[in-house]
Design a protein around this ligand. Structure first.
Ligand SMILES: Nc1ncnc2c1ncn2[C@@H]1O[C@H](COP(=O)(O)OP(=O)(O)OP(=O)(O)O)[C@@H](O)[C@H]1O
Ligand SMILES: O=C(O)c1ccc[n+]([C@@H]2O[C@H](COP(=O)([O-])O)[C@@H](O)[C@H]2O)c1
Length: 213
């Protein structure tokens, strides 16, 4: 069965934490393709500090040489908040009965029960959760318990991703990289370099356009 990974993010900016996780999941879970989906208006957070055209350009620069990584612009073309359930429904309509896997870090997964129509998401896709430094399942807060229960109910072996179109949750270790876009924005705002946390091509764009100053 054809199998696609879907990696959504604000990517403000894209960094090696995103890229290395996406690559290890792509190789380890044998996706035919990973679609990076920059959010236009991300729900449940402040508006991005850089406009969507620039965030998109940084993602393009970051993945230009990686085979099977593609950018999916459908959230940028849609009006209103970038609800993931709408994105996955539209991919399902486009791609038919393939296996779709929504990739996310553990921090994002713990917040999943607050997402718009989140229960529908598991009817449309699998969820692959990557470990992220600083986040632990056994330290989940009260508000995150629903996500922990969901993982217990739906946890599956990675083989499910090749066998069924949707519905399982797979937890995966990736190289732990304690990099966040928030810390990168702060570094640059304080006049420091963000080199070696992000691809050089992305750093050059940030410098050229004086982003995050
Ligand atoms: N270092 C990392 N390791 C694993 N997953 C990550 C890492 N950084 C981000 N992710 C995941 O990438 C997705 C998109 O994240 P996002 O674009 O919000 O990056 P971020 O670094 O968390 O940004 P911010 O600090 O602005 O919240 C989320 O699913 C998040 O969990
Ligand atoms: O659909 C939702 O309600 C929803 C709520 C929070 C986050 N998301 C998506 O999850 C991805 C990671 O979100 P963030 O805030 O960590 O960048 C990104 O693609 C967001 O659009 C989606």
């Amino acid at each position: 069965m054809r199998s696609i990974g879907v990696f959504g993010g604000t990517f403000d900016p894209i960094h090696f934490g995103h890229l290395r996780a996406a690559l290890e999941l792509y190789e380890g879970l044998q996706f035919d393709e990973v679609r990076l989906v920059p959010a236009s208006i991300p729900p449940h957070r402040d508006e991005p500090s850089v406009d969507s055209g620039q965030r998109l350009a940084m993602v393009e620069a970051a993945i230009s040489e990686q085979p099977d990584f593609v950018i999916d612009e459908r959230e940028l073309r849609r009006e209103g908040p970038s609800y993931m359930v709408d994105t996955l429904q539209s991919m399902r309509d486009d791609f038919g009965d393939i296996s779709l896997s929504l990739l996310m870090g553990l921090d994002a997964f713990l917040g999943l029960p607050r997402w718009h129509r989140w229960e529908r998401i598991l009817e449309l896709a699998h969820i692959v959760v990557a470990h992220r430094p600083g986040w632990h399942l056994d330290e989940a807060e009260e508000a995150e318990q629903r996500a922990v229960e969901l993982l217990e109910e739906r946890r599956a072996e990675a083989t499910i991703l090749q066998e069924r179109p949707a519905g399982g949750i797979v937890l995966r270790a990736v190289t732990p990289l304690a990099i966040s876009a928030t810390a990168i924005r702060r570094l640059i705002g304080e006049g420091h370099s963000a080199r070696y946390l992000i691809p050089d091509a992305v750093w050059h764009m940030i410098e050229k356009d004086q982003l995050y100053r």
